[in-house]
Design a binder for this molecule. Sequence first.
Ligand code: VG1
Ligand code: CO
Length: 538
Amino acid sequence: MSVTIATKAFADQKPGTSGLRKKVKVYQQPHYAENYIQSIFDSLEGFAGATLVVGGDGRYYNKEVIQTALRMAAANGFGRVIVGQNGLLSTPAASHLIRHNKAYGGLVLSASHNPGGPDGDFGIKYNIGNGGPAPEKITDAVFARSKVITHYKTTETPDIDLGKTGRSMIEGMTVEVVDPVADYASLMQSLFDFDAIRALFKSGFRMKFDGMGAITGPYAKTILEGMLGAAQGTVINGTPLPDFGGHHPDPNLVHAKELVDDVMMGLAFDFGAASDGDGDRNLIVGRGIYVTPSDSLAIIAANATHAPGYAGGIAGIARSMPTSCAPDCVAAKKGIPCFETPTGWKFFGNLLDAGLATVCGEESFGTGSNHVREKDGLWAVLMWLNILAATRRSVSEIVTSHWDLYGRNFYSRHDYEEVDAEAANKLMDGLRARLPAIKAEHGLTTADDFAYDDPVDKSHTAKQGIRLIFPDGARIIYRLSGTGTAGATLRVYIERYVADRSQHGTETQEMLKDLIALSRSIPDIPGITGRSAPTVIT
Ligand code: VG1
Ligand code: CO
């Protein structure tokens, strides 16, 4: 029976860069998840009898909230829910299921690259019918609703068994438990040259894929080891665990260090890759080389036609503002547009829907295309495998020849994690107030706070990061993270373009040394935050 439960609003349910992420302990407060889910449903219209896709990355608390979401979907009038077996779905697979089944939308339970476990983070995000993250218009409405909510609707029904695929009912709503991997794997097969990749593995090519104890393990095992014939054991940490086996599922140089060291320094592997908590990020390394996500986007854009799904060419590229300008060089040479958007995948949706961009990416290890409306970790790995198989060149040959042709954008991100929130805001406000003075003092061509006008729906988004741009195109960018759950994280992005080939071998931090010093002194990071160095450098 459907019931209406009285509740009190929480003041802190403001969605960030990608959904509402909070400590598990916050989500475990009575009615907390229910309030947020009801606020989402209350902000939507016309879904009576429609289909909702539900799944999560398997992190701690996933099992409980999945059941809550199913009951609430039934009580709110959805006609059908498609849910991944055991409550699991990677973010890109959820995006695909929404599109494939023409669903009304989807709920993805994940805090992505944030740590999991009882003391870690949990998150919920809502995706719309195109498969992509809800745009700001909806997330703003959800937040507004969450501040005044008084009731939510649910059913008094026992838990649904999600262990087996098949159908059951909650009141009048069908619950369809599906294999989380199958449809996604077919989609990948339709885009990439699986025969060529199989031949590559057969020729002795060796790779290592780190699932980081999170959602991508089952997908990677099925596709890489199962369909493509990579050696058994190629996928490590391949079982999704509620605490990710203690891993911090963020595939960067710090948290995936073991894999990076193994592949970069060793002789045993030709290629290494990793994905994050919910499977939408990717890390790419080759023997002796780490590929920055910005370079990876540029290289994928330049070589995409090797993959059957992109053989006709790409219409355009889109990158988030802090992502390096490497993709712009490719776009210029191809005579196609390169769009610059605010951080967060939700800003790519309109460009992809309108056919203005085919591939897009962010410096934060996110790459994807118009095949879904989320970034897609395994997609990027398969694209690289396809390029490697088609060219039979090494990762490092592909990267260095790309630099030879287009020049190299030296790039690094410096994160100052868990700084005092007040100090972080003071730092950003101080920069904002001094922009004209900073511009004059350092002879900059631009010193502004990035704002974006969406070319499709004409929406305007302001205050998306402070840009200091030098006459030679070098950039220093500052923004505060919108995904953290403790204090504030200051992200500083530093970039310099170098055309001269003879300098391409220089170490990145060395090449950026003067800009790095300026990045600290201009806003007085040590003085205001008490930090003399970043916590994470990627
Ligand atoms: C970070 C990244 C951003 C990405 C977002 C979600 O956001 O910088 O590029 O879209 O995470 O990715 P922020 O606001 O903390 O900088 V995921 O894989 O965590 O959904
Ligand atoms: Co993610």
